[in-house]
Design a binder for this molecule. Sequence first.
Ligand code: UD1
Ligand code: UDP
Length: 387
Amino acid sequence: MSKIKLLNIVGARPQIIKASAISRAIRTTFRQHFNEIIVHTGQHYDKELSGVFFAELDIHRPDYNLGVGSAHHGRQTAMMIIGIEEVLLKEKPDCVVLYGDTNSTLAGAVAASKLHFPVIHIEAGMRSFNKTMPEELNRIMSDHASTLLFAPTNAAFKNLRNEGFKPENSPPYTIDNPKIYLTGDIMYDNTLFFSELAEKKKPGFLEDLALQPGNFVLVTIHRDINTDDHLRLQNIIHTLIRLASDNEITMVMPFHPRTTGTLKSKLGDLNKELHNNKNVIIIPPVSYLEMILLEKHCRMIITDSGGVQKESHFFGKPCIVLRKETEWVELVNNGTTRLADADPDHISANFLKFMEIHKNLKFPKFYGDGKAANFILNEIRLMFEKE
Ligand code: UD1
Ligand code: UDP
């Protein structure tokens, strides 16, 4: 049988990291089965949000970079659809693999499904049940344009069933007869693979930032709800500065350019205060291996990121989420992740509680066995063998 032509679509930071798990599994286990093509929409373009990951995670450079860049949702997604469609018509892949829930995911789902290329959605079934989140719309629409759907958690699998997807569907799978799987999380595959490597490849990283293992808090903020509403961001940052000072603990904040942008344009005084505060270290986005070191050695994580929430669990760290809800509900049910929204009282109370009990928390394995990418590629292979 000839090789399966698998076309990956990435665009935002976490998708490049996710795609590296699939790329690695192809290289190590499925080389004779797949030819891989990478299309980068260009949604993220700064070196710290894109190039650094290709270099560090040993993924080959994108075969196509559509260079779409930043724009309002409609324009950005439309430009991606146009670019992806052109590539699909030229390459005629056997299948199109999408990751997560960004505008790049949605654009890939629309372009590929309308041209009748089978869509494979990795991280399917995640739901926040909040359709004001752009990601929630992207997830729902992408799932319903897919042929194979790989759900990372029980909750995600259940969500798909509740939306009418039938686990008992039998081949041949199509967009009208899709197949859903419970797989575990490819981000867990990555954590296991890169955790030791990060220590070896980044010696001195924590020391250079004057961070003491176990004695700092990692903070990331990038979601539109927290960055586009500058008063909300102000509330969060004021609370964090106060908690850092009162508890004499360092907070390290590798901020997304979106957050830095709002701080500079709308919260100039607070931005200065942040940079002058001896308990706060503001840095540009870090590489994935550097991020792993921060997550592995911090005391606690405060974030609005989906990926960072899970990584907090992988590394056994309590996590405060700066949102009202999360898709990773098992973490909240486990009591190791707490939802604080942007509420100063909730952030403070949870922070103090976690400072007290951080050593007594349990982190069960919710996200598979670290071999989700192999499982996924094997199922894709079988789909084409059965045809
Ligand atoms: C996007 C995803 C979000 C994901 C996040 C991962 C959507 C709707 N959102 O959010 O789900 O969690 O990526 O990080 O797809 N910018 C730069 N440099 C860049 C890219 C962006 O400065 O390389 C700035 C621009 O001002 C841009 C803003 O960040 O307007 C937002 O970028 P965008 O890609 O639209 O969304 P993210 O917030 O990055
Ligand atoms: N990440 C990183 N450097 C950073 C911040 C995040 O490498 O400065 C990684 C993080 O470890 C995780 C992924 O990016 O693997 C999460 O991406 P992000 O928070 O941007 O998006 P989300 O997961 O919320 O979609």
